[in-house]
Write a protein that binds this ligand. Structure first.
Ligand SMILES: Cc1cc2nc3c(=O)[nH]c(=O)nc-3n(C[C@H](O)[C@H](O)[C@H](O)COP(=O)(O)OP(=O)(O)OC[C@H]3O[C@@H](n4cnc5c(N)ncnc54)[C@H](O)[C@@H]3O)c2cc1C
Length: 384
């Protein structure tokens, strides 16, 4: 029997396979991955130093164990380079071909390349177990880490590195950290709390030049004239959905691989979910949307067409110096932020209310985190 093929064994690919097997134990399932197929909790990449975990310790199961659990075949270390939607065939880089009954793209996102000529490949990004291995190995002989990108992931890594005694300098053009997610008063407190732990902020500036310095370090000159001497450069400037494979197969793509609310792409029998997918206009690079998407798609693949519904899905940010939960308002939302300090003095509750006073988003920090569930219930659904 021709299998259902899932490209990708990240959280999206494996969760879909697991959900599908709950409903159908017989249809052949084949997963393909360009990596070694180990299952691991990707969110832990940015707090694994504090937890003292090596890459091997983060891995939960290898591909063989996953294949057994999922009653599936898993093809590892193999890159799919082409899809023929008419013939329902995928082609690997080595030319091998494979027919599918239905195809699911769960190919994730990749770090945005840093556009500074002098940095070249001297900056590392951490978006996989392998990347984390390289990062940890470099840290053995490094003390000072320059982190480019004061966004969510950059702040999490900054806090993690400080927790294990490293010196950290965070660089970025933004006026304050996580400026696309946090309103100013809360971002300012995050900045202050991380500074108290030792983070050096170089904001409202960019890297203008990088030169090798000493045997393994870098001299980083910033646009504002300041100079940082660091041992490692980490780039955390964001992720971009992997759309290339879909694009060459003539599937509709925008920011991500475009799907409708059934996770169906523009070609029959091809679906997408996870970081690579733009589901009815939403490209959400988080765990919670993947979980609900996987459940809906598992139903569809086993015969009951099911639309995905996205409730509001607040995200916890792993900055223990200043814990945060965010559920940002939609981009073009009209309304106003209201702020209330925590009674304890540690943290702020920020509520974004729309024109009719309805709650459209919130950010909680410090001791206000316990209000997360109650507030999430008041938010409108994102989709469905
Ligand atoms: C440092 C970090 C911290 C995070 N923290 C949080 C958090 O606290 N909370 C939260 O909700 N989310 C968090 N996230 C986001 C979350 O981890 C991701 O949304 C999720 O893991 C994405 O899963 P995925 O399966 O879509 O993609 P991936 O895990 O990237 O998997 C993609 C898979 O596709 C395969 N692949 C790609 N192209 C091909 C090809 N051409 N051929 C074959 N195989 C291919 C890859 O080998 C891989 O197996 C974090 C992300 C990072 C990087």
């Amino acid at each position: 029997m021709t299998p259902i093929v899932i490209i990708g064994t990240g959280f999206a690919g494996y969760t879909l396979a697991r959900e599908f097997r709950k409903l159908d134990s017989e249809t052949p399932l084949l997963l393909v991955t360009s990596d070694d197929g180990r299952s691991y909790p990707k969110p832990m990449l940015s707090n694994a130093l504090t937890k003292g975990k090596t890459a091997d310790e983060l891995a939960l199961s290898d591909a063989n164990a996953m294949a057994k659990t999922l009653k599936a075949e898993i093809v590892t270390n193999s890159v799919v380079s082409k899809i023929d939607p008419q013939a329902q065939v995928i082609t690997f880089v080595d030319g091998k071909q494979l027919k599918y009954k239905q195809l699911v793209l769960a190919v994730g996102a990749k770090p945005i390349p840093i556009n500074i000529k002098e940095i070249g490949d001297n900056a590392i990004s951490i978006n996989s177990l392998n990347d984390y291995s390289v990062f940890r190995a470099k840290l053995e002989t490094a003390n000072h880490v320059a982190l480019i990108g004061p966004g969510l992931i950059g702040c999490e890594f900054a806090n993690d590195l400080i927790n294990v005694g490293k010196k950290v300098s965070v660089i970025g053009p933004d006026p304050y950290p996580m400026s696309s997610l946090l309103p100013k008063p809360i971002a300012e407190e995050l900045k202050a709390k991380l500074a108290e732990t030792g983070v050096n902020w170089y904001l409202e500036t960019t890297v203008s030049e990088v030169n090798k310095h000493g045997s393994q370090g870098y001299k980083i000159t910033l646009a504002n004239g300041e100079v940082i001497n660091a041992d490692i450069i980490v780039s955390a400037i964001g992720l971009r959905p992997n759309i290339e494979l879909a694009d060459v197969a003539n599937l509709d793509v925008a920011g991500g691989i475009m799907t409708d609310k059934f996770l169906q792409t523009s070609q029959p029998n091809i679906f997408a979910l996870g970081d690579c997918a733009e589901v009815a206009g939403h490209n959400l690079l988080f765990i919670a949307p993947i979980l609900v998407s996987a459940r809906a798609l598992a139903n569809t693949l086993s015969g009951s067409l099911t639309a995905v519904k996205y409730p509001a899905m607040p995200v916890a940010i792993k900055t223990p110096a200043y814990p945060l939960v965010v559920s940002p308002p939609p981009h073009a939302a009209i309304g106003q932020w209201q702020f209330e300090p925590a009674p304890s003095g540690f943290g702020i509750k920020g509520l974004f209310r729309g024109e009719k006073n309805g709650l459209l988003g919130f950010v909680l920090s410090g001791d206000t985190l316990s209000e997360k569930q109650a507030l999430a219930k008041q938010l409108p659904a994102l989709l469905g």
